[in-house]
Design a protein around this ligand. Structure first.
Ligand code: CA
Length: 751
């Protein structure tokens, strides 16, 4: 695109700055990287550099100079949003009073540690500088676990505002405030009016959205203001914001359906006020987690938040006596007041109490908070002595069993939604509890750049066009080539032979009318590529035409690591006769592939020589795994030599909510006894965090093997009937003490 190799030198104009010095300000319009570099070394206060509209590939922008408060040096897009930086691009600022506006980083990646970095070297930092009206969208390194930031704030008095950061799917905090030298501490940065858009589940530690400081410098003050930002489904891991420094203010932000919590992980004297959390009942939505001294949690509104344990709506932690700087400092002098806690499933005090974390909160107050749950519970759990917290003036709606009997009044609280979208008691007598009437949650449209329309990241199944297909030569492949993401390929009655593997690089559904069957002549029928998702409905798939070789697989991921999560859904699918040779598998995950969901319902699988679900490719024990939600409901699995599923999440890291495995109301018969099933188990779940195996009938199957590793895994195996089958085996691999799994109400009989 950048054909022209000139730079336009528009004008020099002279004016008196406010400080009465004579300024010769220049304006440049540049349209290629070399033209920019030619002038970049000589920028002076008041200069304005305009980047021409267009796509700039591999443009690493070093922007430096000494502006002044009255005359900053400006780098801006010719039209905000029309300067698109892609390929290997980044922006690094150094100097004083620099202003950047209107850039759009899209679909490339940074060759350095960050996309936007407020420094050019360890000693060349930016101060008093501002980045605004700028977007970083899906700017992901192909290597998912390469651990870079999108924005790294260094220096002091910088502002990052009205920007959008959307779709970070690689490891590394989306935005980090760095305090690693004295010149970056007590920084007084302002992070405001930003749109923190969707951050997909990472499936590992390192998926935080915003981190302020690190444990190493956490006893330093940061004085960072984080306000009026919108966090939209920031689901990377257990921490949305990880605060690791002192004297920060986090206020007036909205957290919309975001998994995880605002965590006051390290550092003292922080203020968390006027924030709004809308969980909307979504899994693992959390609120605020309190650790350390002198924290104020005031006038926050939380509604419909489901998280538990360290991901609860409100968690007040136990500390470690004389804690090392990277462990848990005791909660001391916390002031938690005037918060509205509406339909919070869990509020945990003295959480994490154990032999190490034995220091319960002290000198703290929990006052004038309003707790309402539609199930007439207070949701409070205590894990240690809470006599170090003074409870006073709190109101709880209609509970018969108060967890804490002092400082809580039980009232009948009727809630009415006010104009600001928040629920308040209709009874004016309760107006001193819960949040203030004046709280105004920031609207999504008031965050991010004015030019940016905040796209949805993921395309829903069946959200596009329908393509009608009848049996014929290569028709599935051709239809797939023509389909767009979201489209449905509808198959007319008849038999289809796939002579080519079908590469799924988009979101696509194959839906059969009655009487549709498919066979395939390659080692796989479907290969899910990066960015692809597959739904199958109402089809019969047979392995009868597959090549006579070992290790065929009906559906597998590409062999290359992928950075986008995928979805795989099967409903009313019959899979049979995957038996032309040994080890013919149904679904085989790739290394560094993560399914947001694998959902199989109302389907039948029979006569198969391999495994059904192989989700065990992350053997490096780094807390990485291959599927977030695995659901098998109302299926029949019969005469299968391999294992039903092998799910592996190794390591002892506690930063993920998953994997989750649900196996309900299935009929499972003669599965798992093939000599190549080395696990000798029907299924092996290693490190799965939430397991529900309910209401199934198991006939002639080996054991269910469950290996608990870290966290507090929730395992239920109930209401199943086992015929000619052994009991499930649950092992605690690391944790001492009694088994936490609930294995009950199962019945056993001979075959
Ligand atoms: Ca983390």
């Amino acid at each position: 695109m950048m054909q022209r190799k000139w730079l336009v030198y528009i004008s020099v104009f002279t004016y008196m700055g406010l400080n009465s010095s004579l300024i010769n300000a220049k304006e440049y319009l540049v349209d290629n990287p070399q033209a920019y570099m030619d002038i970049a070394g000589s920028l002076e206060a008041g200069d304005v550099v305009t980047l021409a509209d267009g796509t700039w590939t591999d443009f690493q922008i070093a922007f430096s100079g000494q502006g002044t408060e009255d005359s900053p040096i400006t780098l801006k897009a010719e039209t905000a949003g029309k300067v698109i930086l892609t390929g290997e691009s980044n922006l690094r600022l150094a100097g004083e009073y620099l202003l950047v506006s209107g850039l759009f980083f899209k679909d490339g990646y940074s060759p350095s540690n960050a996309v936007i970095e407020f420094r050019q070297s360890k000693t060349q930092l930016a101060n008093h500088s501002r980045v605004t009206q700028t977007v970083v969208e899906s700017f992901n390194n192909k290597e998912k676990f390469s651990a870079g930031n999108w924005v790294a704030l260094y220096g002091r008095y910088n502002r990052f505002d009205h920007n959008a950061l959307v779709g970070k799917s690689t490891s590394g905090v989306t935005m980090a405030v760095k305090l690693n030298t004295l010149e970056s501490q007590e920084n007084h940065h302002r992070i405001d009016h930003n749109y923190f858009g969707q951050r997909p589940i990472l499936g590992s530690n390192g998926g935080e959205t915003l981190r302020i400081g690190t444990s190493h410098y956490s006893l330093s003050n940061s004085f960072t203001m984080i306000e009026n930002n919108y966090f939209d489904r920031c689901n990377g891991e257990v921490e949305i914001i990880s605060n690791k420094s002192g004297s920060n203010t986090i206020q007036n932000n909205v957290f919309f359906e975001s998994r995880g919590t605002l965590t006051l992980r390290h550092g003292n004297g922080n203020i968390v006020q006027n924030n709004v959390f809308f969980g909307n009942g979504e899994d693992h939505t959390g609120g605020i987690r309190v650790i350390n001294g002198d924290q104020t949690i005031r006038n926050n509104y939380l509604e419909g938040v489901t998280g538990y344990r360290f991901g609860s709506g409100l968690t007040v932690m136990n500390g470690v006596p004389n804690s090392k700087i990277n462990r848990y400092h005791q909660v001391d002098n916390a002031n938690i007041t005037q918060n509205s806690l509406i339909n919070l499933d869990h509020i945990h005090f003295a959480a994490g109490s154990d032999a190490e974390r034995s220091a319960a909160p002290i000198n703290s107050r929990f006052t004038n908070n309003l707790i309402v749950h539609q199930e007439n519970k207070d949701g409070i759990s205590l894990f240690d002595d809470v006599s170090g917290i003074e409870f006073d003036g709190n109101i709880v709606h209609n509970v018969s069993d108060l967890t804490i009997d002092k400082g809580f009044a039980v009232e009948n609280v009727e809630l009415v939604r006010a104009k600001n979208g928040l629920l308040y008691p209709s009874n004016p007598e309760f107006s001193k509890t819960g949040v203030d009437k004046s709280l105004q949650p920031i609207a999504k449209q008031d965050t991010g750049p004015s030019w940016y329309n905040k796209p949805e990241l993921s395309v829903e199944f069946a959200s596009g066009k329908t393509h009608q297909v009848s049996p014929g030569n290569n028709v599935l492949y051709k239809a797939l080539q023509q389909a767009q993401s979201g489209d449905v390929i509808e198959l007319a009655k008849g038999h289809y032979v796939a002579s080519r593997t079908l590469p799924i690089d988009k979101v696509v559904s194959f839906v059969g009318k009655a009487g549709v069957s498919i066979s395939f002549e390659r080692k796989s029928l479907f290969v899910i590529e990066d960015g692809g998702s597959l739904a199958l409905k109402n089809v019969v798939i047979t392995g009868a035409d597959a090549p006579d070789s070992a290790g065929n697989t009906l559906i597998r991921n590409t062999r290359l690591p992928t950075i986008n999560n995928y979805r795989l859904v099967m409903d009313y699918v019959i899979v049979k006769d995957l038996d032309i040779n040994h080890s013919f598998h149904v679904i085989d995950s790739g290394y560094r592939a993560l399914a947001d969901e694998i959902t199989i319902t109302n389907s039948q699988f029979s006569n198969i020589t391999g495994d059904v679900l192989r989700l065990n490719k992350e053997q490096d024990d780094l807390g990485i795994y291959n599927a977030e939600y695995v659901t098998l409901d109302r299926n029949v699995f019969q005469d299968i030599q391999g294992t039903l599923m092998n799910v592996y999440r190794g390591g002892t890291d506690e930063s993920t909510f998953g994997p989750h495995v649900t196996v309900t109301a299935n009929t499972i018969k003669n599965v798992g006894f093939g000599k190549r099933n080395k696990s000798k188990a029907l299924m092996t779940l290693h490190g799965v965090q939430v397991t529900n195996i309910l209401n199934n009938t198991f006939t002639n199957v080996p054991a269910i093997a469950i290996e608990h590793t870290v966290g507090e895994p929730q395992t239920r195996i109930q209401y199943n009937h086992f015929m000619g089958s052994v009991e499930p085996v649950v092992q605690e691999l690391f944790t001492q003490g009694p088994l936490t799994a609930v294995v009950s109400d199962n019945t056993f009989s001979a075959q």
